[in-house]
Write a new protein. Structure first.
Length: 206
């Protein structure tokens, strides 16, 4: 299988050829050499004159032309200062999603949070993958983060005594139901990861 670094280098080389992209570079843990098995592919992009809306459109177009994109999602809460788009690609390992972060001058930040339309359950599915790595890494505050996430998904307060692994299992089952048959292989990867690595409690398996 092609490595994350090879995929990242291909993207950096190809997208930099776009007339509206000044430069592209590898960033994050892969660039620092501190990656682990849960690290994603993090790409930085700087536009050359266009606004963030134009640069985002070029990124989305490039990804759809170059990869079998299952879905993509925005980090809308970071706008307009930062624009991050996350892509999930068919046939790549679960945590090898591709994140683009755009460097755009303040006077060219044309994308606003109100411009972003979240798609469900895709938005929550992205967050599920992200929180699954937080759980595996035992990141600081992961239990509270997952409880808040599950409360958002179910639109009700989640008992803090519930194990985070079980919360993740409940969320995944709901998202699969909401997807109505879409992303069959992706959900299979999530389920295999959940049962093989997250290890739900006896209550969560019920």
């Amino acid at each position: 299988m092609t490595s994350r670094r090879e995929i990242a280098q291909r993207i950096v080389n190809e997208i930099a050829e776009s007339p509206c992209i000044k430069r592209a570079w590898l960033r994050g843990s892969l660039a620092e050499g501190s990656e682990d098995e849960y690290s994603d592919i993090d790409i930085g992009v700087e536009g050359c004159g266009g606004g963030s809306r134009e640069v985002a459109g070029e990124i989305i177009g490039y990804m759809n032309r170059s990869f079998d994109v299952l879905f993509y999602d925005w980090a809308g809460s970071l706008l307009p200062a930062d624009c991050v788009i996350t892509f999930f690609v068919a046939n790549l390992p679960l945590h090898w999603h591709i994140d683009f972060g755009m460097a755009v001058p303040e006077n060219r930040r044309t994308l606003q949070p109100t411009d972003i339309e979240y798609v469900f359950p895709e938005h929550y599915l992205k967050l599920w993958v992200i929180y699954s790595k937080h759980l595996m890494r035992k990141s600081a505050g992961h239990r509270e983060e997952i409880a808040k996430f599950a409360s958002r998904v179910f639109d009700s307060e989640i008992d803090a005594a519930v194990a985070p692994e079980d919360m993740m299992g409940d969320v995944l089952r709901l998202l699969k139901k909401q997807a109505e048959g879409r992303y069959e292989h992706f959900f299979l990867d999530c389920e295999q990861f959940f049962h093989g690595r997250l290890k739900p409690t006896a209550a969560g398996k019920a």
